[in-house]
Design a protein around this ligand. Structure first.
Ligand code: CP
Length: 314
């Protein structure tokens, strides 16, 4: 039993996909799919969270996660408070814990938290009051569970619902990626047929993280016949740390080009969580091309986050 599940088996917080029961994961994906399909062509507002207040508590920058959680909460009828650490009393030294407890005292029931430190959201969940739910919107390199869910929803949409038939390749800075960790947990739980992980040796994680995966450093070989390619953002600070010789070198060895993509299965889906370093991990032609699912990932993010908020707070 993970700390996010209460004694009755109910999901109280969403902190990680690691150890999440398959039934819960599938339930969230099914609900997100329903919400997405019902929303086609219209932007209806629901009332399931009417009278509730939700706070996006971000101690790191974000475009997609924060905006889509805001939209998701608003579409469910909640009031939304956007907390920006850069203009808050965090600048005066107030701790994340005190920040959470003060906003909670205002009657906020849901917190969407992004923090640079591993385990920070779990620690905040430990001090949250009864009836308050936290969602991890990315902590350190540990977890980004709603990104993992929206990636799985996108794979379902692109490749069909039978994960046992899927060959999926994850490429790039896997070592430092919370997205990759959440994707790997979800792919294992959903029984993906084959998961390959590829990147420079300096950016590959420990063997435990990639247990059960085919791991390699040769992108051309690893692309052979895959149904989906999940590209990761190259975090530029890795170059400053000396883990990558140069952006040009990285692109030559690990950049996804139209030519390279031909090695994958015909019509293979290309995913990227964003933000994209165009011309580094992926070319414009691939990012904007017919096999790109990048913007559909973003669209699925709103539906997934509505499903999660509804599940936790509805
Ligand atoms: N994918 C993702 O987490 O993007 P943001 O950092 O813009 O939220």
């Amino acid at each position: 039993m993970t700390p996010q599940i209460d004694s009755t088996g109910r999901l109280r917080h969403l902190l990680t996909l690691e150890g999440m029961p398959r039934a819960t994961l599938v339930q969230l994906l099914d609900r997100a799919g329903q919400i997405r399909d019902a929303a086609v062509g219209r932007v209806g507002k629901r009332t399931v969270l009417a009278g509730s207040a939700v706070c996006t508590l971000f101690f790191e920058p974000s475009t997609r996660t924060r905006s889509s959680f805001q939209l998701a909460a608003q579409r469910l009828g909640a009031d939304v408070l956007n907390f920006d650490a850069s203009t808050s009393s965090t600048r005066k030294g107030e701790t994340a814990r005190d920040t959470l407890k003060n906003i909670e005292a205002m009657g906020v029931r849901g917190f969407i938290v992004r923090h640079p430190d591993d385990g920070a959201v779990q620690r905040l969940a430990d001090v949250a009051g009864e009836g308050t739910a936290l969602v991890n919107a990315g902590d350190g390199r540990s977890a980004h569970p709603t990104q993992g869910l929206l990636d799985m929803l996108t794979l379902r949409q692109a490749c069909g619902g039978d994960f046992s038939k899927l060959k999926v390749l994850i490429v790039g800075d896997v070592k430092h990626s919370r997205v990759a960790r959440s994707d790997l947990h979800a792919l294992r739980t959903l029984g993906a047929g084959e998961v390959r992980v590829c990147g420079p040796a300096s950016l590959l994680p420990d063997a435990g993280t990639t247990a059960g995966c085919v791991v390699g450093t040769d992108l051309d070989a690893m692309l052979d016949g895959v149904d989906a390619v999940m590209m990761l953002r190259l975090q530029r600070e890795r170059m400053e740390e000396g883990l990558v010789p140069s952006l040009e070198d990285y692109h030559v060895r690990y950049g996804l080009t139209v030519e390279r993509l031909k090695r994958a299965a015909p019509g293979a889906a290309v995913l990227h969580p964003g933000p994209i370093n165009r011309g580094v991990e992926i070319t414009d032609e691939v990012a904007d091309g017919p096999q790109s699912w990048v913007l559909r990932q973003v669209a699925n993010g709103v539906a997934v986050r509505m499903a999660v908020l509804e599940h936790l707070l509805g």
